[in-house]
Write a protein that binds this ligand. Structure first.
Ligand SMILES: Cc1cc2nc3c(=O)[nH]c(=O)nc-3n(C[C@H](O)[C@H](O)[C@H](O)COP(=O)(O)O)c2cc1C
Length: 367
């Protein structure tokens, strides 16, 4: 059998991934109320770090307290946040060679909510919620408290927040940064004409709406060591008439590519509750396929990629350079082992587990 492309190495900037399976960032809503990681994160990320994937991306970590989706979101805006993350990383790194990246973001008008398992609705100020910020005073849903429109000073402070968090991420030894510009959170809110109704240099034309993302990319790129990747996650479309769409995503991808972006992770939706889409296997892969035709940087596809043959097909056909899995990794945290077994590849496993593979799968583990 030809060796599967899914298990061929991939370089992002100077970081070499052992294979093309990326563990997608997943909020756990399990930090303390100051945004500090807890033992849950060590257990959860430690478990995923034993999976043999090529890269683990830590959940959306907020660059400012008001940028947390819920009071249980992880932050990387304080010294205490940094210390708590250092503890998690020391444990995980002690037992896994997997590269670990972090997603940096700000939830904008979608902040100040309950955890999904508590209903996920917006928290009032009396319930411990806070005033949200966004490009314009347009709420995500009509029944919500509208966000405050950001001033130019607020925008400068946001950029500083990303830069300071990126420096913290470097000090912590993270191998990679992914900027979160997807799913209707703050950077996506600037991109989409549905949520951005500004009439200054950050609103109006596509060039103006992209400005903040490009400025933040440049500023983060400048402070994070050149050999380490800085990439981005975008939503390929709002799936709403008059919103952000694939044609605009292509322009953004080209602009980022020209600035030396290390990768683009192509997700979708999340900006507007009216979004109309058909969810099914590989439903967002067309975004990756289209953007890949236009850029030199590696492209990651995500969204209901659950089967080894499906993942192999996406990278083999060149629709994307890598695949990211979220729910599939929670459901089966050894997904990369099982994919390697199915496709006839080998994968890293911790020495403590080397006797686990069935007799028929001798050679599954790299030793
Ligand atoms: C529990 C959970 C938490 C998530 N948190 C994040 C996040 O922090 N950042 C992000 O960009 N996407 C987040 N997502 C979206 C996933 O990264 C992924 O894009 C989406 O679930 C589609 O992939 P899947 O079909 O493999 O689950 C989350 C998804 C889940 C299920």
């Amino acid at each position: 059998m030809a060796s599967p492309k899914l298990f061929a190495p991939l370089k992002l900037a100077e970081l070499e991934l052992a294979n093309r399976i990326v563990i997608s960032p997943m909020c756990q809503y399990s930090a303390d109320v100051h945004g500090n990681m807890t033992d849950w994160h060590t257990i959860h990320l430690g478990n995923l770090a034993l999976s043999g994937a090529g890269l683990l991306i830590v959940e959306a970590s907020s660059v400012a307290p008001e940028g947390r989706i819920t009071p249980g979101d992880v932050g990387l805006y304080s010294d205490d946040n940094e210390k708590a993350m250092a503890r998690m990383l020391e444990s995980v790194r002690g037992h896994s060679p997997m590269p670990v990246g972090i997603q940096l973001g700000h939830a904008g008008r979608k902040a100040s909510c309950q955890a999904p398992w508590e209903g996920g609705t917006q928290l009032s100020l009396e319930q411990g919620g806070w005033q949200t910020v966004a490009p314009s005073e347009v709420a995500y849903q009509d029944d919500q408290r509208p966000p405050k429109a950001m001033s130019l000073d607020d925008i400068e402070a946001l950029k500083d927040g990303f830069v300071t968090s990126a420096k913290r991420a470097d000090r912590l030894g993270f191998d990679l940064i992914e900027l979160h510009a997807a799913h209707g959170y703050l950077l996506h809110e600037f991109l989409s004409p549905l949520s951005n109704q500004r009439d200054d240099q950050y609103g109006g034309s596509l060039e103006n709406r992209m400005r903040i993302v490009l400025e933040i990319f440049d500023a983060v790129r400048e402070v994070f060591p050149q050999q380490k990747p800085v990439g981005i996650r975008i939503s390929g479309s709002d799936w709403v008439e008059g919103g952000w769409d694939l044609a605009q995503s292509v322009e953004l991808a080209k602009a980022l590519d020209a600035r030396g972006c290390s990768f683009i992770d192509c997700s979708g939706g999340g900006l507007d509750p009216r979004q109309a889409l058909d969810v099914g296997p590989s439903y967002q892969v067309p975004f990756a396929r289209r953007i890949k035709q236009e850029v030199a940087m590696p492209v990651i596809a995500v969204g209901l990629i659950t089967e080894p043959e499906q993942a192999e097909g996406i990278v083999f056909s060149g629709e994307a350079d890598a695949v990211a899995l979220a729910r599939g990794m929670l459901f089966d945290p050894r997904w990369p082992w099982h994919a390697a077994a199915k496709l006839g590849a080998s994968v890293h496993a911790p020495k403590q587990y080397l006797r686990s593979q069935p007799h028929t799968l001798k050679g599954l583990f790299d030793v």
